[in-house]
Design a protein around this ligand. Structure first.
Ligand SMILES: Cc1cc2nc3c(=O)[nH]c(=O)nc-3n(C[C@H](O)[C@H](O)[C@H](O)COP(=O)(O)O)c2cc1C
Length: 404
């Protein structure tokens, strides 16, 4: 090798960024290979001990096309990675000698007037049938009912609005099960077409959801066009978005005028849009960058919540706030609660857990609930409904104070 090239390669090694890994080492693979586990098979459910374990399990079980559709994200997947990495930039400030003995009792939450056992929910995600061809999202309905948490069904779920409604349970904390319905600009026959979005399909879907007993709509505002997703494109797996479309706040007004149900805008990533949503009378807002699947370089919910907190903290009093994207640990939930978020969602982990059916989804919910209580207790939180803001130490680069 020539001296210059040699020097360059040495420099490259010296400056090489640490290789990014999708999931931290929870000891899962070491453990599995010490048993008689064979790669390429679904590990035993009892061996799933962390939310990220389900990602590994799904990667073994699903074929590449299906796993890639769940896992895919936009562009170079920097937002996807940031969603998972951002939490480590935010330290906790644990307070000791606080009586946390009643913390468990503070896990339940009232959101939009309904009662749930924990401040977590199953985010809307399409094509549950990839993980579980027969029962698909029916498993989400069952597990959400058994664990008394909120499920927000996706418009492009594998099961129809009516099939999901028929699966609802009658005996939950709210009496009959409460579900929300995601809605978006619908495309005729799910075919991609330029701007020519067929609104009558959307109105029809909304009517059907209302008739089926949905309690609120979650209106996806962060899919005005098709997104660049190489990982899924490799298998010719397309999105359900138009190439471009006229998604506007005027349309939000029109949607609201067509239903008596609350309409929650999903995909807020700036304080400006949070304020606009409040001005437009949104009953709640949903902070999300769609798990990094739509616009590349859009911020994580932690960064967005902090931007709102710094620039317009009143928003958290004016409306209830939901958030998702990259949430994988109890501490992630606790950090968002500290910033004023009320309900925290997960997308991919539930899709992965569905490889195990209802039991897998239930186990994931139980893991999260346990972690939230353990982590909050360790940090000296006495009431999950009043997690103090100063529990989190936010880095200066998060401090985007805007001038109006
Ligand atoms: C496979 C998949 C399909 C999704 N489909 C939809 C959808 O149809 N509508 C929507 O608003 N969001 C959709 N999302 C985004 C989720 O609602 C949620 O915002 C995201 O998954 C949260 O990030 P996480 O996967 O890191 O938890 C989808 C996400 C995944 C992973």
């Amino acid at each position: 090798m020539r001296p210059f090239a040699y020097a360059c390669s040495l420099a490259a090694v010296a400056f090489a960024a640490e290789q990014w890994i999708n999931e931290v080492d929870t000891g899962l693979t070491d453990y599995l290979f010490s048993t008689n586990y064979t790669e390429g098979h679904l590990p035993l459910l009892k061996d799933m001990r962390a939310v990220m374990d389900f990602d590994y399990a799904a990667r073994q079980f699903l074929d590449n096309q299906k796993y890639s559709f769940y896992r895919t994200a936009a562009g170079g997947e920097w937002s996807y990675r940031n969603n998972l990495d951002v939490w480590k930039k935010v330290m906790l400030r644990p307070r000791h000698l606080h009586d946390v003995s009643k913390l468990n009792e503070t896990l339940p939450v009232t959101f939009m007037g309904y009662n749930f056992s924990a401040p977590i929910f199953i985010a809307p995600a399409a094509r549950g049938g990839y993980a579980n061809p027969e029962r698909a999202e029916l498993n989400f309905v069952d597990a959400a009912a058994k664990e008394n948490i909120l499920y927000t069904a996706a418009l492009y779920a594998s099961k129809t609005i009516e099939e999901l409604a028929a699966q609802k349970h009658n005996e939950t904390m709210n009496g009959p099960q409460v579900m929300f319905q995601q809605a978006c600009l619908s495309l005729l026959n799910h075919v991609q077409i330029y701007t020519n979005v067929n609104l009558s399909v959307t109105w029809d879907a909304m009517k059907r959801a209302e008739a089926a007993g949905a309690k609120a709509f979650v209106w996806t505002i962060d899919a005005p066009g098709d997104s660049t997703r190489h990982r899924a494109a490799r298998y010719d797996t397309t999105n359900a978005n138009a190439v471009t479309s006229a998604l506007t706040w005027d349309l939000y007004d029109e949607i609201k005028s067509r239903t008596s149900l609350p309409v929650i805008p999903k995909g807020i990533v700036t304080v400006e849009d949070a304020l606009l949503a409040v001005e437009k009378g949104a009953p709640a807002i949903y902070l999300s960058n769609h798990g990094g699947r739509q616009v590349e370089y859009s911020p994580s919910p932690l960064e967005v919540a902090y931007e709102i907190y710094r620039n317009a903290p009143q928003v958290f009093q004016q409306v209830e706030v939901m958030a998702d994207s990259g949430v994988r640990y109890g501490t992630d939930v606790v950090k968002l609660l500290a910033l004023g978020v009320k309900m925290v969602g997960l997308g991919r982990p539930f899709m992965y857990a569905n490889c195990y059916g209802t039991e897998g989804v239930e186990k994931l919910i139980q893991i999260l609930k346990t972690e939230i209580v353990h982590d909050a207790a360790q940090a000296g939180v006495t009431d999950l409904k009043k997690v103090p803001r100063n529990l989190v130490r936010l880095p200066t680069q998060f401090d985007t104070v805007l001038k109006y």
